[in-house]
Design a protein around this ligand. Structure first.
Ligand SMILES: Nc1nc2c(ncn2[C@@H]2O[C@H](COP(=O)(O)OP(=O)(O)O)[C@@H](O)[C@H]2O)c(=O)[nH]1
Ligand SMILES: [Mg+2]
Length: 280
């Protein structure tokens, strides 16, 4: 049974009673704001007792909401993606997966290991680089991450790479320090080329549900995001927060992680996403 039908069954009252739409939509990770808005609309349309009709109505709303804007042409070489997010969200694996995809498409790729918080972090990205045959700029633990980011930019410019993906730390002494560190990385890159990074993407763990919405707000306010990637949607989580992040913050989702292998990172497709969410 689809994720959506399971929810409908769970929140269905007795015969003829209304479905608890608010609880259902919150359980679907849409966040309180969007859930409340959509419940009001379901009621206003007179669909609250007809789940099939309500589903059609919501399918259309969600499809319109999550559609990705066409990417702006990147005139500069390399195109630079900065990946940020909390510890364990999947940044390093996502950097490797994105790199593998781009290489497969015939692009010349470079990786920057700007997580210098732990020795294991750079080693993890270097291992991926070795496996994928993609060069990695890294440094000893404790090195200023902003300087590693800048060095990775210089190296990728030198190598005439098409794409540079910079991985960052998710941990610091505290959240404030992490945000300061990320701001410094971004500022240092901008000092070299004003438009870099072209993309600042939050990598967020989909199993944290609507927690992703709050995280996206915080990082967006402090760093300025251009989009998000939601990982770990290979379990029961179906990614309702993708709609909420778009509705509340205006940020599109570019990729979804549905497993640990490189091919498990999927380019976000609105129709595919909505079909999975509600069931085909
Ligand atoms: N099941 C699953 N695991 C993932 C996915 N993305 C990342 N992981 C795993 O999550 C863990 C943390 O990933 P990592 O990239 O090191 O996170 P980071 O701390 O943000 O760099 C690793 O074990 C990854 O293999 C995903 O889409 N699905
Ligand atoms: Mg990492």
């Amino acid at each position: 049974m689809s994720f959506w039908n399971q929810l409908v069954n769970r929140f269905r009252g007795g015969s003829g009673e209304e479905i608890d739409w608010e609880a259902l939509l919150i359980e679907a990770d849409l966040g309180i704001k969007l859930a409340t808005e959509w419940v009001d609309e379901i009621r206003a349309e007179g669909l609250s007792r007809t789940p099939e009709k309500a589903e059609l109505f919501l399918r259309e709303k969600m499809t319109k909401l999550v559609r990705i804007p066409p990417p702006l042409p990147i005139k500069h070489k390399p195109e630079v993606i900065l990946l940020i997010g909390v510890n364990g969200s999947g940044k390093t694996t996502t950097a490797a997966k994105l790199a593998a995809k781009a290489k497969q498409e015939g692009r010349l790729v470079h990786l920057g290991a700007a997580d210098t918080f732990r020795a294991a972090a750079a080693e993890q990205l270097e291992a991926w680089g070795a496996r994928l045959e993609i060069p990695v700029t890294s440094a000893a633990p404790g090195t200023d991450p902003a300087s590693v980011a800048v060095r990775s930019l210089l190296a990728s410019q030198e190598a005439k790479s098409d794409l540079l993906i910079i991985d960052t730390a998710g941990r610091q002494a505290n959240k404030r320090n992490l945000l300061l560190e990320l701001q410094k990385i971004k500022r240092s890159l901008q000092k070299k080329v004003e438009t870099i990074p072209h993309h600042t993407w939050l990598v967020a763990d989909g199993t944290t549900g609507s927690g992703v919405i709050q995280q996206a707000k915080e990082f967006h306010e402090a760093i300025g995001l251009t989009g998000i990637i939601v990982t770990k949607l290979d379990g029961s989580a179906q990614g309702g927060m993708v709609a909420a992040v778009r509705a509340e913050i205006g940020l599109p989702t570019y990729y979804l992680g549905r497993g640990e292998k490189p091919e498990d990172l999927k380019r976000f497709e609105a129709k595919d996403f909505v079909d999975r969410f509600f069931g085909e």
